[in-house]
Design a protein around this ligand. Structure first.
Ligand SMILES: [Zn+2]
Length: 312
């Protein structure tokens, strides 16, 4: 019997699950608050792992999903947005020392992509692009059934690719990245700037309007809100066209809250994608799908990573 402990490290929650053999459902799982502002997040994580550990203590591997950048080769978490005490943190080595089993870690977007390939919307596809469109834009790429990790494990930051050289400032500090247009943050910034410039809208400039508020206003016919999502969709189409040219996948999977905006985002995306591909053959048979795994994508991706390593 093969037993894997899977970890999903998030800014608000730490989750752990035990998977056995090919069973799709976890045999045990538990979650606790991250409390990232309090010291010793790692101590809380160790306790959580002990709580889900099988009675016989037999575990073949630990897999972990963590917001990046993470180096999957060395198992070092270079930086993770919410847990400030983890800087160049030798995560895998510390867990291996504590539990004596091989430990693998990669960033959350890569592993969400891997999870969709193994268990979700991209099952059966060999070349997969995965996007999470929420506060930021994250990406994962699977080529010939292998997760693209890159020399330093820093692939595939699809959100931080330039789609307009002098465009708005991105969360990373650079200009004109896909994320600066198509993320929830990008949509909010566009609306805030337009309101400040005196543009008419049912939204008010004094208030902080979330991507969700803007989506609701759009569904009531607010022209500014509709435009904000159209711009997000247009640049998402430009970005995806670029990636089709590079990777020529058979499926593109979208996860994350903003990607649930439906036609508000995807009508403009479809038009833009068609306009920007250099040959219609890129779109032949191309499946555009919604992610299927929701909240469990981190746990299932970490599990898939550990399974791939054990099988290698
Ligand atoms: Zn960026």
């Amino acid at each position: 019997m093969r037993t894997i402990i899977s970890l999903d490290i998030g800014g608000t929650q730490l989750r752990a699950a035990v998977y056995q053999d090919d069973k799709r459902e976890a045999v045990t799982q538990k979650r606790i608050k991250t409390n990232a502002n309090e010291p010793d997040t790692f101590g809380r994580l160790l306790k959580l792992i002990e709580d889900v550990m099988p009675r016989d203590g037999k575990v073949d591997a630990i897999g972990a999903s963590c917001p990046g950048p993470v180096d999957p080769k060395t198992g070092v978490i270079m930086f993770t947005p919410n847990i400030k005490e983890w800087r160049d943190f030798p995560f895998a080595a510390k867990l291996m020392k504590s539990f004596g089993v091989p430990t693998y870690v990669d960033n959350d977007a890569n592993l969400a992509g891997l999870a969709e390939w193994k268990f979700g919307a991209a099952r059966g596809h060999h070349n997969v692009l995965y996007f999470t469109v929420s506060t930021g834009v994250g990406g994962g790429v699977i080529i010939n059934d292998r997760l693209l990790q890159g020399t330093h494990g820093l692939a595939a930051e699809l959100g931080h690719t330039t789609v307009q050289a002098d465009g708005p400032v991105c969360g990373c500090g650079q200009r004109g990245h896909l994320e600066s247009f198509s993320s929830g943050t990008g949509i909010e910034r566009f609306v805030a700037d337009q309101l400040k410039a005196g543009r008419e809208s049912t939204l008010r400039a004094e208030k902080k309007n979330s991507a969700r508020d803007i989506s609701e206003a759009a569904s009531q016919g607010d022209a500014l809100s509709i435009e904000a999502y159209q711009i997000a969709g247009k640049y998402l189409g430009i970005g995806v066209a670029n990636f089709l040219h590079i990777f020529n996948p058979s499926v593109v999977v979208f996860g994350g809250g903003v990607s649930q905006s439906g036609p508000l985002l995807f009508d403009a995306f479809d038009v833009s994608l068609k306009e920007h591909v250099i040959h219609p053959r890129y779109l032949e048979g191309l499946v555009i799908a919604r992610a299927e795994l929701g909240d469990d994508s981190g746990l299932l991706g970490a599990r898939a990573l550990a399974e791939l390593k054990l099988d290698a």
